[in-house]
Design a protein. Structure first.
Length: 266
């Protein structure tokens, strides 16, 4: 994906927006309904954006929705591209590059993830304080835990903790591990991820975090722990459970993100 192609996509979106967004949000599986909280929404289907491919994963709608939270202009991506869909990383990170070209300053990136901590609960929300690349794409060596700036904004994490406390929403804090997918991880892999310091496992987010850091965006990650990871419980894993849990916790998720946005706005 060339820079000129990203600029072409951004130009097509910019022409449809009443003003440039300050915050962008990427919504994970089962969390797309959050865009209903934006006032005066403007919707742009991915099919109308140059160089955007089709989505193939259930639970990802495939639309950009612009609107306001109070006076804060926000752009929401309802659906993302995954590496396991055989997209190159340039496509996986295309939305983040587009956000940067639109003048976005803050990226809130969310996902549905498997919980690797048996003491936590399905449906918990986890603030991402660091990440692991467990794909072994770049290196066969053990993954390195990455935390702090520029990948995980300490300022935004503090705002998120404040918003959670004020809304009486319990949140976890932990390390997200990016795995290849599309199959769920094995119990042995989850055991190793836990040993490396990971608390949740999923199939996205880390490429987008890296791209956002390269673009100079402030980044906040939030995982919805939609199921226990393999080996934590005896029940089989399936994507329908992921979507169902996302629906169950969507009200708490919306209150948390709206609280964060209102703090950014003020």
């Amino acid at each position: 994906m060339s820079r000129s192609q990203v600029e072409e996509a951004a130009h097509a979106v910019r022409e449809r927006l009443p003003e440039n967004p300050r915050v962008a949000i990427v919504l994970g599986s089962g969390l797309s309904d959050f865009s209903d909280n934006l006032s005066q929404p403007v919707t742009i289907p991915y099919s109308e954006i140059p160089h955007y491919p089709e989505l193939t994963v259930p639970g990802h709608v495939g639309k950009l929705v612009f609107g306001w939270v109070d006076s804060l202009p926000v752009l929401v991506a309802r659906g993302r591209f995954h590496y396991y869909e055989e997209h190159p990383l340039e496509i996986v990170t295309l939305p983040v590059r587009l956000f940067a070209h639109l003048g976005v300053e803050i990226l809130i990136i969310t996902n549905a993830a498997g919980c690797a901590n048996p003491r936590w609960n399905e449906g918990d929300l986890m603030l991402i304080t660091g990440h692991l690349d467990y794909t072994f794409i770049d290196s066969p060596a053990d993954p390195t835990l990455v935390s702090g700036e520029p990948f995980h904004s300490q300022e935004l994490l503090a705002l998120a903790r404040e918003a959670a406390g004020e809304a009486d929403i319990p949140v976890r804090q932990g390390i997200y591990a990016w795995c290849l997918g599309p199959t769920f991880e094995t119990p042995a892999e989850i055991k190793e991820i836990s040993a490396l310091g990971g608390h949740a496992a999923g199939m996205s987010t880390v490429p987008e975090i890296r791209a956002a850091a390269e673009e100079g965006l402030q980044i906040l990650g939030i995982s919805c722990l939609t199921n226990y990871a393999a080996g934590i419980r005896d029940t089989p894993l399936n994507h329908e459970e992921v979507l169902a849990t996302g629906q169950r916790v969507k009200a708490a998720f919306a209150r948390l993100v709206l609280g964060i946005l209102k703090k950014i706005s003020s």
